[in-house]
Design a protein around this ligand. Structure first.
Ligand SMILES: [Zn+2]
Length: 304
């Protein structure tokens, strides 16, 4: 079991990786390369993501690619690999030397599907960036029609799976982020029992709790804690438990929000069940399984 100090240090490095991804300082490459060698997969994943972001700010491509390659190709944790593969994309032609390994990875049946897909996608973008650099291919910005350079192509593909020039990139990025935030934060959906929730995942949770006959209170307030959005949650008074649906796992702000909120719950000695967007196809089952771990719901006697 991890000691308190280990956990503190872990949280510090998690925050550091996130912070370096938000800062736009290309001099952070060596520090991120160190974080990519940490024993925690979470830290490696966040460091990979941060390195991908720095591609647009003049990070040394050779150093970044070599640090990312080790995780992308050999990391024991599939999510860390997936993030490193995505980050590699942003370096386009600088990762040309990895194409052979990426092709092998994409074709390796022993590797999880989403890692193989990420490898194939990275190889495709890197290959195309090389062709642009050689003058063998021309891609145009989808917003303004301008011909894009190889590195612009690589970064836009990494961020949007679309082609944008650097001038349009920021605008598209902001628009898209606002759109996602608006959709996720302002959507109001009515569950079968009339509770108005903020997302489809929350609706499923509300309806499943009602179907299980578990009393709940839904908190529809949004709070901002330390600058991060804290999502509404369900409180189950009978078992004194909170249930939260994290609908935007891919969004870095939300990942930090998740960590902050978990910390707050832990500090307050509260029990929190987290459900994630990736569990949505089987959210009802996931909810039941996680509830059962905390509360002996099976012991609930059927009503008279
Ligand atoms: Zn453009």
């Amino acid at each position: 079991m991890k000691s308190f100090m280990d956990r503190q240090e872990h949280q510090r490095l998690v925050r550091r990786a996130v912070e370096l991804g938000r800062a736009t300082d290309p001099a952070a490459v060596p520090e991120l390369a160190d974080l990519l060698r940490m024993p925690s997969a979470e830290i490696r994943r966040l460091a990979a993501s941060a390195l991908g972001k720095l591609a647009a700010f003049g990070a040394d491509p050779a150093a970044a690619v070599s640090a990312l390659a080790a995780v992308a190709l050999r990391d024991p944790h599939p999510q860390a690999r997936q993030y490193a593969l995505k980050a590699l994309k942003a370096y386009g032609g600088a990762a040309e030397g990895l194409l052979h390994d990426l092709d092998d990875l994409a074709a390796n049946p022993d590797v999880l599907d989403y890692v193989r897909l990420a490898a194939a996608s990275a190889a495709r973008t890197i290959r195309e960036a090389c062709r642009i650099a050689e003058g063998a291919a021309v891609h145009r910005c989808m917003a303004c029609g301008r011909e894009v350079a190889a590195d612009e192509y690589a970064r836009a593909q990494k961020a949007f799976q679309r082609t944008y020039c650097d001038r349009c990139f920021d605008e598209v990025f902001l628009k898209r982020r606002n759109w996602e935030t608006n959709v996720e934060l302002n959507k109001t959906i009515q569950a079968a029992d009339g509770t108005v929730v903020q997302s489809d995942g929350e609706r499923i949770i509300a309806e499943e709790l009602a179907a299980l006959g578990i009393a709940y209170r839904y908190d529809n307030r949004f709070r901002i804690i330390k600058g991060y959005a804290i999502r509404p949650d369900f409180h189950l008074p009978e078992v004194d438990l909170y249930v939260e649906y994290w609908g935007m796992e891919g969004n870095l702000d939300y990942q930090i929000g998740m960590l902050e909120k978990r910390k707050l719950y832990q500090q307050a000695g509260k029990k929190l069940v987290s459900l994630y967007a990736r569990e949505k196809p089987r959210l009802r089952e996931a909810l039941r399984e996680k509830l059962a771990r905390f509360a002996k719901l099976d012991d609930r006697a059927p009503g008279p």
